[in-house]
Design a binder for this molecule. Structure first.
Ligand SMILES: [Zn+2]
Ligand SMILES: [Zn+2]
Length: 212
């Protein structure tokens, strides 16, 4: 006696079976259990997408990771994507087997601002470099610091002219420390308690540099 599908009565001779159900019914059941719409969180400034741990450039892999946040437990392959609709191949494991379906989803973009863009727009800084000395040497050192910082993920939050020099504000103190070492600036460094972040004390560094 061949097996018959518990839903549509197709026999084992007509279709592949996944447990009690034929492949058609298994596929229908999977399609019906999926949502019509998937969300994706996008930084409106840099257009990177939220993949669950961080914002990434919208590569195929990143978009797949981002969409998977809304339909956990499946394997997912991005077939088509234009920001408003996505065609996906989804796979579900059933025992030792895997069933695949193609489905189109409507994409709902949620606009956000990523940490990096937020820091940039809010003038966030962790390191203040106080350059003091002759105008020419101050200017030259500022250029070197700028060039160094451009090659890191940090940025110059602002630059301010002060009597006898220039204050350069750097977003990230690790990058600021590295710049000091790399450029052999030998600053006098002081630390100021700035606030608390997740229960940890956050310090801002001030690097005093006298160029004579
Ligand atoms: Zn069936
Ligand atoms: Zn951003």
């Amino acid at each position: 006696m061949p097996k018959h599908c518990a839903t549509c009565s197709r026999s084992e001779n007509e279709a592949r079976f996944y447990g009690q159900f034929c492949e058609y019914c298994t596929r229908d059941k999977l399609l019906n259990s999926l949502p019509q719409t998937l969300g994706i969180t996008v930084c409106k400034r840099c257009e990177r997408v939220w993949t669950g741990h961080r914002y990434s450039l919208p590569t195929k892999k990143a978009v797949e990771d981002a969409l998977l946040l809304g339909i956990k437990g499946y394997s997912l392959k991005l077939l088509e994507y234009d920001g408003r609709r996505a065609k996906l191949e989804l796979g579900e494991k059933i025992g030792d087997d895997k069933i695949l379906v193609d489905k189109e989803f409507e994409i709902k973009q949620k606009n956000s601002v990523c940490d990096d863009c937020y820091k940039r727009s809010s003038g966030y800084w962790e390191g203040l470099v106080q350059l003091r000395g002759s105008e020419e040497r101050v200017k030259r050192t500022e250029e070197k610091i700028k060039r160094y910082i451009e090659h890191t993920s940090a940025f110059i939050a602002k630059t301010e002219e002060v009597p006898n020099g220039l204050d350069v504000y750097i977003s990230d103190k690790k990058a600021a420390n590295e710049a000091m070492l790399f450029l052999r600036l030998k600053p006098i460094t002081t630390y100021t308690l700035y606030g608390l972040k997740q229960g940890k004390r956050v310090y801002r560094n001030t690097y005093a540099i006298h160029l004579y």
